[in-house]
Structures are given as C-alpha cells and as structure tokens.
Design a protein around this ligand. Structure first.
Ligand code: 4AD
Ligand code: MG
Length: 477
C-alpha cells in the first residue's frame, strides 16, 4: 500500500478506499482520536481507533511527535472542520518520542524566541511549517519567473577574490588549518596566503560575475547565498543570506524598475495562488501578535489584504532628492521625531525609509538617483555629475528590500570612479574587460530573499524565515 500525503488526502475528500499515512503524532485524545501531521500541510489527518482495537501498551506510546504508520479506510468525519478521517486497520510506531523530554510538548504556543533556541526542532510547529512552505514556493516562483522570460541561471562563485560592493564587509577564506595560519614577523596574520596563496573571501554579491554573464547571454540571474561581515544584530540582517540578482544587457534604470516591480508581484501572486492555506494561517498568527501591541502601533491591514494591495497598485517612484524633501517637510521632522539627521547627501536610516513607505505613501516605494558618494563604484553617473542611476525598493514593515542600478558602462568613467573610491583596478581587470570588448548599457538589482519572505509571511524577525540563521550570536550547526 503506497503512502499518501496528508495534504493530498484531505484535498481529495474521497471516501471508501484504503490508504497508508505516515507522520508524527500531534495529539491523542480519549484513547481514540489520533491527530497525525506529515508536514505537507498544517492540517492533521484524524485517525480513529476503535476502543479495544489495539494494546494498552501500544496506545501509551502514542505521545506527541512519535512517528507512526497507519493504514485504514477513509470515511466521512463527524468532527468539526474536517470532511474525512481514517478508520485505523493497522497501526505501527516507527519511532517513539519521550513525552517528558520532547522540547515542544507542554507548550501550547511556544514563543518565537524559545523556538529560536531549539531551531533544530522548530520546523515541527505550525508557524514554521507555514513559513518554510511559503519560502519554498517563493524560491520556485523565482526560477519560474526568470525561466519564462528566458534568463539564464548563472551560478556565481561563493569563494571570490573581489569585493563586489567595495564596502569591506567580507569574511576571509583560508585553506589552512587554524594552527598553521601563516604569520608575518610581527605575529599578525599573513592574509596574502589565505586561499592557496591568494587572498579570498566569501562573496557579498554575485553581481560582478553576473555582469560577465549578461554581456554574453543578454539576461541572467543568480540565486545563491551571500555573506556580509557587518554587525548584523538586527531583525533585518543576517551574516549569511540569499540573494536573487538579475542582470540585463541593453537595459536602463527604467527597465530595471519595471522588471523588479513585475518580478515582486509575480512571486507574491504565486504564493497567493499556491499557499493560500498557509498564508491564511500566518495572517491569523499576525492578528494575534498585533493584539499584544498598543492600538496606535497596530497595522491597519491584515496580511492577505496587504499582499492584495501590493498586487493591485503601482509602486510609488520618487527620486532621492524628492524623498529628502518629503522628509524635511514631514510632521515627524518638524516635531524632531527623527533620531538621525536629514539633509541631502545622507544615507537614509531605516526610520526615514519607514516614514516614507509606512506613513507617507503607505505602499512600496522605489527611490532613484542617489548621491554618488553613498553608493557603490559600479553605478552609472548621471548627467548632473552628483547622482548615480541607483534604485532601492522600500517595503512597508521591512525597509530596503531591493538594491540595484544601471551600471557604468563607459570605461573611462568607471576607471575614474574606481580610483576615487580606492577600488583596485588590477584586481578587477576581468570586470573591466566587459567595458573594453563591446560594452553595452546594462542594469540589474539584488532582492534580499529573506526580506522578501518576511514581507510575504508577515514574520518580523529575519531569523525566523531562514532555516539555520547565521548571525553573530547563532551558528551552532
Ligand atoms: O543593496 P545591496 O547591498 O546590493 C547588492 O549587493 C547589489 N550587488 C545588488 C545588485 O545590484 N545586483 O543588497 C541587495 C539586497 C538588499 O536590498 C537587502 O534586501 C539584502 O540584499 N541584504 C540583506 N539581507 C539580509 N541580511 C543582510 N545583511 C543584507 N544585506 C543586504
Ligand atoms: Mg543596498
């Protein structure tokens, strides 16, 4: 008898045939009703045991999270909220679970903080079940979107010698055991010998390699882990996160914005179409979480409403200069509510970004044409000589979700810019070759995958949307 997944079984609503279900016990009531979950959905299948049908000794072992194999007939259910149940014929315990020691046992609704401490077990809760099924769908939708558009999926390296963002936030890679670390005479580490004699780091972005791909295939995207050695003890930063980076030849900033907006809407729509049940569960979770907050801080929209709103409305598009003007004229500024200074030239802080999206526009906002001094060396210089063709997308509740730009395709400008910003040209000779041999206008962006998952699931801490978060505090396994 072939195993059927609970999701498929519940969806079919057919009765009268025999099935085999395998999963983990959620609850066992009255020595009769066994709720089994197999991770395919948050819904359990109810297994009904007849009184006296199985040994007392066997029934005692039906504790939370014991794994079981059940065969039986699918019958209509009298129970509330379920159309069918399984009348057990055989029942086998595959693995016992010590009720006293099981870390999720007695807690009705364990806190997210507690679950972070037992991150190895948290997938077994409904919240994390829903979050990670949605995360999976979003990842799948991303590949589907780009595949349908004819983009080539390019696997860019994880170990690299370049600093794509020029921000110096890299983790070093060494090929030597700790005790064999090469040292200079003064005892300091000789980084030059890191990776078989070369100084390397974990990638902060696949963009530069992506540009090599785009200037050959036309359109590529990357989707892989990236690493930042920034002090990332916030609810929005990870030391290891996943990024999606499309790069398009023959494209400008406008094309870039259009693609990013279409892309974000596409993957949200995919989740809405394919993960409705999980999103509704998460929406309900959010309602309960919001109840803990003071009235004034509660969000006006539910999760589903918010996603529908994003799907049905255009993102606001403003320039950096306009954004600064809005901030300077805001009641928040006049009442000195901002902690950080506001003036043309600042790198906007999260309080500023959140004011723009949550208070002023109440929708996602694309901010373009930032001052060149606060952006990376590869961004295309605008006519004004002061700003670059950059774009950041800011999302309500999250802040920056996308960073991108039209690239500087003019070799002389790029070289001058690199010099100004102390980016060593000799290390990036291969990158500069794209501008030497058939350079073209091109553009691209990076979507922070975990921030996108936060937005779609309504979760608030980035540690709760990646399976094994790497932050300064957590890297146990
Ligand atoms: O704005 P960033 O640094 O842009 C780049 O890396 C470009 N090379 C992208 C490109 O044009 N191809 O990062 C892009 C996005 C951010 O908008 C944010 O969503 C996410 O990556 N991000 C992080 N997510 C989690 N933890 C961190 N420490 C992050 N740093 C950036
Ligand atoms: Mg950025």
């Amino acid at each position: 008898n072939k195993r059927i997944k609970v999701k498929q079984l519940l969806a079919s609503e057919q009765t009268g045939h025999e099935v085999t279900v395998m999963g983990w016990v959620r609850t066992f009531r009255n020595n009769q009703f066994l709720a089994v979950n197999d991770g395919s959905t948050n819904n359990n299948i109810q297994i009904v045991l007849e009184l006296g049908q199985f040994d007392e000794a066997l029934l005692k072992r039906l504790t939370t999270s014991a794994s079981v194999k059940v065969t039986g007939e699918v019958v209509p259910s009298m129970g509330k909220g379920q159309k069918i149940e399984v009348k057990a014929k055989t029942l086998e315990i595959l693995g016992d679970s010590d009720a006293e020691k099981y870390p999720l046992q007695l807690r009705n609704r364990p806190s997210l903080e507690y679950l972070r401490e037992i991150a190895h077990m948290r997938f077994r809760t409904n919240t994390f079940g829903a979050v990670f099924r949605v995360r999976h769908s979003l990842a799948f939708a991303i590949h589907k979107f780009f595949n349908e558009k004819g983009f080539v999926y390019l696997h860019t390296p994880i170990i690299t010698a370049s600093d794509a963002e020029g921000a110096g936030e890299m983790f070093r890679v060494t090929s030597l055991p700790f005790d064999g670390t090469p040292r200079n005479e003064d005892g300091s580490v000789n980084f030059k010998e890191d990776f078989f004699g070369k100084s390397t780091n974990l990638t902060v972005s696949g963009q530069l390699e992506g540009e090599l791909g785009a200037t050959a295939f036309g359109e590529i995207y990357t989707f892989g882990p990236t690493f930042r050695a920034e002090n990332s003890n916030t609810a929005r930063h990870l030391a290891e996160f996943w990024m999606i980076e499309p790069e398009m030849a023959f494209s400008d900033l406008e094309d870039n914005m259009n693609l990013a907006e279409e892309f974000i809407k596409y993957i949200i729509q995919y989740a809405m179409d394919n993960n409705r049940e999980d999103l509704e569960f998460l929406a309900q979770r959010l309602v309960e979480e919001e109840k803990q907050k003071p009235q004034a801080e509660r969000s006006e929209m539910g999760l589903i409403e918010k996603l529908e709103f994003v799907l049905n409305n255009n993102f606001e598009r403003i320039t950096y200069t306009e954004a600064i003007d809005i901030l300077l004229q805001s009641p928040a500024y006049k009442k000195k509510k901002f902690q950080y200074e506001v003036k043309w030239g600042i790198d906007m802080q999260s309080e500023h970004e959140r004011y723009l999206v949550e208070k002023h526009f109440k929708k996602p906002v694309i901010v373009t044409n930032y001052p060149k001094d606060i952006k990376a060396f590869y961004m295309r210089l605008n006519e004004d000589g002061k700003t670059v063709a950059a774009m950041d997308i800011l999302a309500p509740g999250i802040g920056e979700i996308v960073g991108g730009s039209q690239r500087e395709e003019r070799l002389e400008n790029l070289e001058a810019r690199m010099k100004e910003m102390h980016v060593p040209a000799e290390d990036l000779w291969w990158y500069l070759d794209t501008r030497r041999f058939g350079t073209v206008p091109h553009a691209g962006f990076g979507l922070g995958f975990e921030r996108m998952v936060l937005f779609v699931t309504g979760m608030t801490n980035i540690r709760d949307v990646i399976a094994f978060p790497r932050t300064p505090k957590t890297a146990e396994f």
